[in-house]
Design a protein around this ligand. Structure first.
Ligand code: 5GP
Ligand code: MG
Length: 184
């Protein structure tokens, strides 16, 4: 555990997250009605959102996942997409679920890849969108929260694969990062 992690800045607490996910589910229910949907969760960051969100959706749905990675710590590396586990999406209405829309490059590349599999439609839903960081034309169809440009962890989002289990969303600041006097 990083020193001082107990008092890191909480950006969204459990109650706020729950309300945001409820609102997201309402918009998605309104959009699809009772049409069947194939949900694809972009792992690993969307794992908590996926579990919470699908239990609030009313339409018949199937759930699959694909894996992307672009970060080591807070540094970006090349984007990789592993879609071996993906469900058959041909002629299906597909809803992509991701944790956060930052530059937009991840969701843009995933949509491009799914597009080639011949779905009937593709929409996207994210928990968070970082204000003013986008490098692509695309915008997610459903967004729960717009947040400032800070590195956030918790509710599925990690720092070097840790902190996904925090029930709230916290900002990881320079003092909390390795090199800054770790406890052990
Ligand atoms: P994008 O390709 O939109 O720039 O970045 C999207 C991916 O980068 C997200 O799916 C997420 O995994 C990761 N990412 C972007 N910003 C953050 C952040 O503030 N915290 C964490 N933990 N991951 C982030
Ligand atoms: Mg991600």
């Amino acid at each position: 555990m990083f020193r001082g992690f107990a008092d890191v800045k909480i950006l969204l607490d459990e109650q706020q997250l729950n309300k945001g996910v409820e609102q997201l589910a309402r918009s998605i229910n309104q959009f699809y009605g009772l049409r069947p949907v194939t949900i694809i969760g972009v792992m690993t960051g969307s794992v908590i959102l996926l579990a919470d969100l699908i239990r609030k959706l009313d339409m018949p749905l199937r759930v699959g996942v694909l894996q992307t990675a672009s970060y080591r710590g807070t540094q970006r590396g090349p984007l990789t997409i592993n879609s071996e586990m993906i469900l058959d999406v041909a002629n299906r209405e597909v809803l992509l679920i991701d944790d956060i829309f930052d530059t937009g490059n991840t969701l843009n590349a995933v949509i491009d890849m799914i597009h080639h599999l011949g779905p009937k439609s593709i929409q996207s839903a994210v928990l968070l969108q970082k204000t003013g960081k986008q490098q692509v034309e695309l915008r997610p169809d459903f967004v729960a929260f717009d947040i400032p440009d800070e590195f956030v962890v918790g509710y599925g989002l990690d720092y070097n694969d840790e902190y996904r289990n925090l029930p709230h969303l916290a900002c990881l600041e320079a003092d909390d990062l390795p090199g800054a006097d770790r406890e052990n």
